[in-house]
Design a protein around this ligand. Structure first.
Ligand code: NAD
Length: 485
C-alpha cells in the first residue's frame, strides 16, 4: 500500500478504528493500491460525537469574528498546500491534475465566503413598542454531520466545513469510502489553522456509519451529497429521527441548443461540460436537445470532443464497475437505434493499463424513451435528442425527475429568457455549459436532485446551519404593560 492504513480524526488526532471490516482504496488512474480503509462502527461514531460535544460549548460561545480567523488562516494554508492536495485528489479520484487544482481553488473560494459570514449574519433589531426592542440572532445548532460523495473529495466537503463551523457548530464528516485520503490533509490544515480539537472530526466508513449518523441522538443536523437513491434514504432516516436534513442527489442535465447558437463557443462548452471530471459531475451536461437544424453545431461538437484524450486531458472514471456501467449504457443505446458519432468504449491508456478510462462519447438520434436519455450516466457521454420546437425540448427537460441544472445556447434573448423561466431545474445557464453559481450565490437543484429546504452553500446555508433566536427587551418599567405583555 502506498499510504498507511486510514484512521479516523477525532479530537484533533488520528485514531484507530475499532471495527475489523476494511476496504481497499485503489487509484483509478493506474490501479495503484493506495490504502486500507477500516469501516467505522457506531462505537467509533460515539467517540467522535463525544469529542464534538466536549468542544461545542467553548466553540459556539467564541464570537464569530474570532471563529472566522481560523478560516482566514485555513484559506492561506489551502493556497500554500494547493499542489500537494490537488495531487492527492487526482490520485484517489482519477481526475486530471488541472481539474484537481481547480477543485482546490474552489475550496479557497468557498472558504473566502465563510470569512464574510460575520457581515452576513447580523440580526435585525427594531423598537416594536415604545421602549420595547425585538432582536434576532443566528444560533449554532450543535453537533452536525456532513456525508459526502466520491466525485469531489475536497470541494464537496468544503461546501459544508467552513460555513457550518464558522457558524459555531462542531462537525462529524463521513468521506466517501472510495476517496477518503484528501480529507486527512484537510483535517491537518484545519488543525494548523488553529481550529480547536474536537470541532472537526472524521469518521470513515460506508452505509453502516451513515445509518448510525442518521440515528445518533446527539447529532442535530445532517447534510448529504450523493446519489438520489441514497439521498432519499438519508433524508427519510434523518428526518424520521427528527433531525434537520438537506440531501442533494443525482442529476440529468439538459443543454438546449438552438440553430442560431454560436457554433464554436457552443461546441467548446458542450464538450467541456460533458467530459470535465470524466463526466462525474452533478453539473455535467448529459443530454443535449438540438432544436431544429443544428447539424453544423453537432459536427463542431464532434471535432471538439475528438481533442479530448483519455490519460491526457481526460481523467479516469472512479472504478471498473463504473466503466462497465457507462459502456453498457452506450451499447444499449446503439442496439436501440441511436447513432454513435464518437465512441469512447474499450479505451486502454498506454502505461496505465489498470486505469479505468472511458473515452468521450457522442451519441446522436437518442430518443426520450431510451435509458441513456433518462438516467444519470456519470461518465463522459453526451446523448443528442432532436426536436422541432423549444416547447418540445422543454417537455423532455421538464419530464425528467431530476432538476439540478439546464442550459440554453442561443443568440436570441427572448428564447433564452423563455428557457430560464420554463426549465425545471435549480441552476440554469445561458450560453454556459456548467452553470455553477459562484459564491456568494448558493448551490442547489430542484425536484429529485435535492430534498430539504434551502441550498447547501452561499447565504442560503446560513439558515440550514443555525437556528433563529428572537428576544424581546424592555428596560423602562415606567412604560407599564403594553398590549402584548
Ligand atoms: P453515493 O450516493 O453512492 O454515496 C454518497 C455517500 O453515501 C457516500 O459517503 C457513501 O458512503 C454513502 N452511501 C452509499 N450507499 C449508501 C446506502 N445504501 N446507505 C447509506 N449511505 C450510503 O454517491 P457517489 O457515487 O459517492 O457520488 C456520485 C453521486 O453523487 C452522483 O449521483 C452525483 O450526481 C451525486 N452528486 C450530487 C451533487 C449535487 O450537488 N447534487 C454533487 C456531487 C455529487
Amino acid at each position: 500500500m502506498k499510504y498507511e492504513r486510514i484512521r479516523n480524526f477525532v479530537n484533533g488526532s488520528f485514531v484507530n478504528v475499532s471495527s475489523p471490516r476494511t476496504l481497499i482504496i485503489t487509484s483509478p488512474t493506474d490501479g495503484t493500491l493506495l490504502a486500507e480503509m477500516p469501516c467505522s462502527s457506531a462505537t467509533d461514531l460515539d467517540e467522535a460525537v463525544k469529542a464534538a460535544k466536549a468542544a461545542f460549548p467553548a466553540w459556539s460561545k467564541t464570537p464569530i469574528k474570532e471563529r472566522v480567523q481560523v478560516f482566514f488562516r485555513y484559506k492561506y494554508l489551502l493556497e500554500k498546500n494547493l499542489q500537494e492536495l490537488a495531487a492527492l485528489v487526482s490520485e484517489e479520484n482519477g481526475k486530471t491534475l488541472g481539474e484537481a487544482i481547480a477543485e482546490v481553488e474552489k475550496c479557497i473560494e468557498l472558504t473566502e465566503f465563510a470569512t464574510s459570514l460575520p457581515q452576513l449574519i447580523t440580526g435585525e433589531v427594531l423598537e416594536v413598542s415604545k421602549g420595547v426592542e425585538c432582536r434576532t440572532s443566528h444560533v449554532p445548532l450543535g453537533i452536525v454531520a456532513s456525508i459526502v460523495p466520491f466525485n469531489f473529495p475536497a470541494m464537496v466537503p468544503n461546501w459544508t466545513i467552513p460555513n457550518a463551523i464558522a457558524l459555531g457548530n462542531c462537525m462529524i464528516i463521513k468521506p466517501s469510502e472510495k476517496v477518503p485520503l484528501s480529507l486527512n490533509v484537510i483535517a491537518m490544515l484545519l488543525k494548523e489553522a488553529g481550529l480547536p480539537d474536537g470541532v472537526f472530526n472524521i469518521v470513515n466508513g460506508d452505509s453502516e456509519i451513515v445509518n448510525a449518523i442518521c440515528d445518533h441522538p446527539d447529532i442535530e443536523a445532517v447534510s448529504f451529497v450523493g446519489s438520489t437513491k441514497v439521498a432519499k434514504i438519508v433524508y427519510q432516516r434523518a428526518t424520521q429521527n427528527l433531525k434537520r436534513c438537506l440531501a442533494l442527489g443525482g442529476a440529468k442535465n439538459h443543454l438546449l441548443v438552438l440553430p442560431d447558437a454560436k457554433p464554436g463557443m457552443t461546441a467548446q462548452n458542450v464538450a467541456a461540460s460533458m467530459s470535465g471530471c470524466a463526466g462525474q459531475r452533478c453539473m455535467a451536461a448529459s443530454a443535449m436537445i438540438g432544436v431544429g437544424a443544428v447539424d453544423h453545431i453537432v459536427q463542431k461538437i464532434c471535432d471538439e470532443v475528438k481533442k479530448i484524450i483519455p490519460g491526457q486531458n481526460l481523467g479516469a472514471v472512479i472504478n471498473k464497475e463504473s466503466k462497465e456501467r457507462i459502456e453498457r449504457y452506450i451499447t444499449d443505446a446503439e442496439k436501440q437505434g441511436a447513432k454513435i458519432l464518437v465512441d469512447g468504449r474499450g479505451v486502454i491508456v498506454a502505461g496505465k493499463e489498470n486505469g479505468t478510462y472511458v473515452g468521450p462519447t457522442v451519441i446522436d438520434y437518442v430518443t426520450p424513451d431510451m435509458a441513456i436519455a433518462k438516467e444519470e450516466i456519470f461518465g463522459p457521454v453526451i446523448s443528442i435528442l432532436r426536436t422541432n420546437t423549444i416547447d418540445e425540448a422543454l417537455v423532455i427537460e421538464n419530464a425528467n425527475p431530476y432538476g439540478n441544472a439546464a442550459s440554453v445556447f442561443t443568440e436570441n434573448g427572448g428564447m433564452a429568457r423563455y428557457v430560464v423561466d420554463n426549465a425545471s431545474a435549480g441552476m440554469i445557464g445561458v450560453n454556459v455549459g456548467v452553470p455553477v453559481p459562484r459564491e456568494p450565490f448558493s448551490f442547489g437543484g430542484w425536484n429529485e436532485s435535492k430534498f430539504g429546504v434551502g441550498d447547501i452553500t452561499g447565504k442560503s446555508s446560513i439558515e440550514f446551519w443555525t437556528k433563529l433566536k428572537k428576544s424581546t427587551t424592555k428596560w423602562n418599567p415606567e412604560e407599564g404593560v403594553n398590549w402584548m405583555s
